[in-house]
Design a protein around this ligand. Structure first.
Ligand code: SAM
Length: 347
């Protein structure tokens, strides 16, 4: 039996949403896993990925591929089950509509497995806000050069153009197109900062001005979470007004090159990354950390991250952590709010 550390891909798929069947994806992952177990079409689609490590999130790549077919209107019977296109058919009856779509799109779905999920989730910018505020407090510097490896479409680089409504605190412009409410983080005090420069990179950068960008990014959102759809639309509108550069490059080499460029006196360089570490080869991630450490002797630089714990548990669920250099200062969900400050932050 193919498995990673004794847990099969089928089992990881089945339990991705815990035991919840309260939404379409909770039901879909069970049906896909059952089909994988019995050697059905899902086994063909996922062939070659049986031993993928948990962090590869093969199941999310597959769900996004199916969602993409639905969103472009090529699976009208299946679309009836997807809240993201306005339909609400009984999710427990989805399999007869799903199986033919899998059979018709094996090649496309397999191709989709090759690319890490491009979930550019702007809710994660709340983690950047709290990390940036901590970086500003630690260094006393408020002018920032923001660098993001694994930026996808670069939406979170616009953190200073979003408004955040937290538990007893508010941050960001009042006229922001994107307002993130329910940010939690009781006791958090946002710092003032000014983003002087911003730039990202990704192995597969998404051009927000491209005709397919919105549909492609939407395919990675979970269809039972319409609030994430609204955030994406608002963030894309912001990005079209205030374009950011996202280079096509691997993260470690790019960070090294960026940190080789001089920065004005008194400007703090913040290297920020979110939910990307698990997709990097471990030596590449280590090389990125080394590049940041090496730069510290030449300039003020702080690494801020929202990442899953490393190593990732093989099964079960976990909570992403907000890291500032080597410290974990808060936790939040994979989609951002609500924020929970680490106890030390509250003292
Ligand atoms: C789940 S997305 C997260 C995107 C963004 N950081 C966010 O949180 O919204 C992971 C991103 O990491 C990128 N990625 C994976 N490996 C990479 C690498 N070695 N160098 C640069 N980007 C990488 C993927 O292409 C993908 O866009």
């Amino acid at each position: 039996m193919s498995a990673y550390d004794g847990v099969t891909l089928g089992d990881r798929m089945r339990h991705h949403f815990g035991d919840s069947t309260e939404h379409l994806y909770g039901v879909l992952v069970r049906l896909l896993a059952d089909d994988w177990d019995r050697g059905g079409v899902v086994r063909d689609v996922l062939a070659g990925h049986e031993d993928a490590p948990p962090g590869d999130m093969v199941q999310l790549r597959l769900l996004a591929g199916i969602h993409r077919v639905v969103l472009r209107g090529d699976a009208p019977e299946l679309a009836a089950f997807y809240p993201s296109v306005g339909w609400t058919a009984d999710r427990y009856a989805v399999w007869p509509a799903l199986e033919p779509v899998l059979r018709e799109h094996v090649a496309e779905l397999r191709a989709g497995l090759e690319v890490a999920p491009q979930t550019n989730e702007v809710g994660r910018s709340v983690a950047l806000l709290v990390g940036l505020s901590e970086a500003v407090r630690r260094t006393g510097l408020t002018r920032v050069r923001l660098l993001e490896p694994g930026a996808s479409a670069g939406l979170n680089l616009l953190v200073d153009r979003f408004q955040f409504l937290g538990d007893g605190w508010v941050a960001g412009p009042v006229d922001a197109r994107l307002v993130l409410d329910g940010c939690g983080g009781a006791g958090f005090v946002p710092a003032d900062f000014e983003v002087r420069e911003r730039r990202g990179c990704d192995l597969h950068p998404i051009d927000v001005a491209g005709p397919d960008a919105e549909a492609y990014l939407r395919s990675f959102l979970w269809p039972h979470m319409p609030e994430r759809d609204g955030r994406l639309v608002a963030a894309l509108a912001t990005a079209r007004e205030h374009p950011v550069v996202v280079d096509r490059a691997g993260g470690a080499q790019w960070v090294r090159e960026q940190l080789a460029s001089p920065v004005a006196d008194g400007v703090l360089t913040v290297v920020w990354h979110s939910i990307t570490r698990q997709y990097w080869p471990a030596p590449e991630f280590a090389a990125m950390l080394a590049a940041v450490d090496e730069a510290r002797s030449r300039m003020p630089v702080v690494r801020v991250a929202l990442e899953d714990p490393d190593p990732l548990p093989v099964a079960g669920s976990w909570v992403p952590q907000v890291e500032v250099d080597d410290d974990v200062i808060a936790h939040c969900t994979h989609h951002g709010p609500p924020l929970i400050l680490a106890p030390a932050r509250l003292s």
